[in-house]
Design a protein around this ligand. Structure first.
Ligand code: NAD
Ligand code: UGA
Length: 469
């Protein structure tokens, strides 16, 4: 370990910054880690004694935070102090898609990256390694370097003369729900940059727990691009299998059999072949949009169109599930109650960003359905944020209810839609459930979570994605 590294700061205490620094603190006991954020509530929650209130739910995270918090892991809103004492600064802030102006709807909004770079330029001392952990457009390192130098050379900046920076790219590949095991046993760590000493310093930190042959060093642009491409390829597999799910339903094939059959080919591999309601999460859509924007910027229109299709199939899958529900319920949802099981974009996370559940819920509500929603980890206020801006004929209204007890969602319900593959849902006592429902009682299983044959034997009408036998 490079003994010169005493303090590391991470800007951004979200789904990436919090868990990543918790693991680094666990593995590098001689370094002090401070995670900072402008969001006071988030920092307060990271410091909560009641670990149920931590802002990020990830299996295993609470114990790691408890072991290291106050020892060599700190959460703070004092950004200036943390930057000023740090040898290495990770930038792990949000990089959403621009909603207005040039590139709106496709390009990344770098407002938060720029704000970080300005703060670092202002407050850093001596030589600082600045690491891009956020997912960013290719060539962002150039922008970050420029801003760091501009800020550090401002007049009145007394320490300017001895300030220097090395910018590295070190994208994060953790998936929510499995963040801790992904961070502890990554398939690879990518470090891109020009300054070989800075690269060596970061490699030494990861070597504390990651085998050296899994640490790949590249130039900075390959590193930045690899992150976007990894997400685009993963999303492409999901859109591919979802497109096949419709063919399975039309022909009598079963998409899970097809997945198993093709996934056994070692050249294809068995991961990311689970058909579902479309991919959600904060990153796949935005990173593909970013790739599309990049392709267009370089005049690669056919390439842009190729990746656009991956997103198009994702919307199409959500839409076709909604249409199917309407059709199976006799084309009319007015006043019908629907049990909505799951709201997070996947299991084992409380994150609802871009969850397919949101889009499907909105469409069902606009048909007149009343949704009774349950999710083991998502709270009512998150659902409120996602659904309550819903306006129909310029009128806002609430046509959904949140239930802590999943069994309360079934009373007088016409259909159950399983949107998230929570394990808890496998243990539901369907024999009891059907007694509470209006006949014909439907189960729409968008995650192939339960045994359709058993459900049919109990008396349910069952539809499973890619398996409409
Ligand atoms: P997030 O929204 O959960 O967290 C970002 C945090 O940064 C917020 O708490 C915000 O308040 C804070 N922030 C913004 N500007 C700031 C500033 N100037 N100073 C201090 N704090 C500031 O986002 P996230 O999910 O952690 O994602 C962060 C980045 O990592 C994104 O670029 C994302 O694409 C990438 N990423 C995310 C995941 C994931 O699973 N969520 C995985 C890999 C990579
Ligand atoms: C994804 C990538 O897997 C991570 O490597 C990456 O770091 C991260 O994006 C990021 O950049 O944010 P994440 O979105 O957290 O991670 O979760 P995934 O497991 O990839 O699932 C994404 C979506 O795809 C979920 O809605 C999930 O249900 C869906 N999915 C996944 C399927 O529909 N089928 C599958 O076979 C796999």
């Amino acid at each position: 370990m490079n003994e010169k590294i005493k303090k590391i700061c991470c800007i951004g205490a979200g789904y990436v910054g919090g868990p990543t620094m918790a693991i680094m603190a666990e593995k590098c006991k001689t370094i002090q880690f401070t995670v900072v954020d402008i969001d006071e509530l988030r920092i307060k929650n990271w410091n909560e004694e009641n670990l149920d209130l931590l802002p990020v739910y990830e299996p295993g995270l609470d114990k790691i935070v408890l072991r290291n918090r106050g020892v060599n892991l700190f959460f703070s809103t004092n950004i200036e102090k943390a930057i000023c004492g740090a040898d290495i600064i990770f930038i792990a802030v949000n990089t959403p898609i621009k909603t207005e102006g040039l590139g709106a709807g496709e390009a990344s909004d770098l407002t938060w990256i720029e704000a970080c770079a300005r703060d670092i330029g202002k407050y850093a001392k001596n030589h600082t390694i600045v690491v891009e952990k956020s997912t960013i457009p290719v060539k962002t390192a150039q922008i970050v370097s420029q801003i760091l130098n501009i800020e550090s050379l401002q007049k009145n900046n007394q320490a300017a003369s001895n300030k220097t920076f090395s910018v590295l790219s070190n994208p994060e590949f953790l998936a929510e729900g499995t963040a801790i095991s992904d961070l502890l046993n990554p398939d690879r760590v990518i470090i891109g940059g020009e300054d070989q000493n800075a690269i060596k310093t970061l490699v030494e930190i990861y070597k504390k727990w990651v085998p050296q042959n899994k640490i790949i060093t590249t130039n900075i642009w390959s590193s930045e691009l690899s992150k976007l491409v990894a997400n685009a390829f993963l999303a492409q597999r999901i859109s591919s299998i979802n497109s096949i799910s419709a063919i399975c339903e039309a022909t009598g094939a079963n998409v899970q059999d097809v997945s198993r059959a093709i996934g056994s080919d070692s050249r294809i591999g068995d991961k990311f072949l689970q058909s579902g309601p479309g991919f959600g999460g904060s990153c796949f859509k935005k990173d593909i949009l970013n790739l599309i924007y990049l392709s267009k910027s370089y005049g690669l229109i056919d390439v842009a169109e190729y990746w656009e299709q991956v997103l198009k199939i994702n919307y199409w899958q959500q839409n076709r599930i909604y249409e199917l529900v309407v059709k199976k319920l006799f084309g009319n949802l007015k006043g019908k109650k629907i049990s909505f099981l799951g709201f997070s974009f996947k299991s084992n996370t409380n994150d609802t960003r871009e969850s397919p559940a949101i889009n499907i819920a909105r469409k069902l509500i606009s048909e007149g359905a009343i949704l009774n929603i349950h999710d083991p980890k998502v709270n009512e206020s998150q659902i409120n944020k996602a659904l309550n801006s819903l306006k129909i004929n310029n009128q806002s209204f609430k046509k959904w209810h949140f239930h802590k007890d999943v069994y309360e969602t079934f009373n007088e319900s016409s259909a159950i839609i399983i949107l998230t593959e929570w394990n808890e849902f496998k243990d539901i006592k369907w024999v009891e459930v059907i007694k509470k429902m209006i006949q014909p009682a439907w189960i729409f299983d968008t995650r192939s979570l339960i045994n359709g044959e058993q459900a049919s034997n109990i008396g349910f009408k069952y539809w499973g994605v890619g398996n409409d036998n």
